[in-house]
Structure formats: C-alpha cells, structure tokens
Design a protein around this ligand. Structure first.
Ligand SMILES: [Zn+2]
Ligand SMILES: [Zn+2]
Length: 114
C-alpha cells in the first residue's frame, strides 16, 4: 500500500482514488512504472491533497525526480498492508529525510553554481 503524509499537518493516509472524471468506488492507488496508478483511471498526477486542503506534490522514492526548491512534497512510502502506525511513520520519516537532504543539495548547487 502506498501511504502519503501531509507535509503541513502530518495527516497520513493510504493513497486512493475515487475517480477524477468518472466517479468509481474508492480504490487503492498502486505504484507502477508510470508512477502512482489507479486500477480504474490509470496513471494519476503526483499530487496529494489532505482533508484539510493542503495540496502538495508527492515524493515517491525512485519515481519522483529531484525535488524542486520552493515546492512542498508529501513523502510516499510503500508499506505492507496491515503494518503498524509506527512502521508506516518510520518509513515515511525516512522518505521525508531524503526529500530534505535532496532539497538541501539543490539549494547548495543553486548558491555555488553548476
Ligand atoms: Zn494537511
Ligand atoms: Zn481512479
């Protein structure tokens, strides 16, 4: 299962889709070579909006390219179904750390030239 965590409020939920153009029963989003993919709709835009209307990009290790400074990323972790909240949060924490590190490197490159 793909879990995402809101970078603003920490809201954590499995990524799911209930249809963008044609509503369908809620389905869990799967990770494919195309990125986050709904079994019904196909590849989805890598955007996450939490119930508090915080919209941000998804950061999926190995799928998302280099994070861009100035944007906010919700870490995404692939976690086994039934994993404990603690496991999910520790996986997400690792991904969030990776985003922060890469953003830091990007900023350094921006300051010191190419
Ligand atoms: Zn939020
Ligand atoms: Zn869908």
């Amino acid at each position: 299962m793909l879990y995402a965590r809101c970078a603003f409020c920490g809201y954590t939920a499995p990524l799911n889709c209930s249809g963008s153009f044609m509503p369908h029963p809620t389905m869990f989003v799967e990770l494919t070579a195309m990125g986050p993919t709904c079994p019904q709709c196909g590849p989805l835009p890598p955007v996450f909006t939490c119930p508090y209307m915080h919209t941000q990009y998804l950061y999926i290790p190995g799928v998302t390219g280099t994070p861009q400074p100035g944007y906010t990323y919700a870490p995404v972790a692939q976690v086994q179904a039934g994993a404990s909240e603690q496991t999910i949060q520790s996986q997400l924490g690792k991904v969030a750390g990776e985003v922060g590190k890469k953003l830091g490197e990007g900023v350094v490159q921006g300051i010191f030239g190419q």
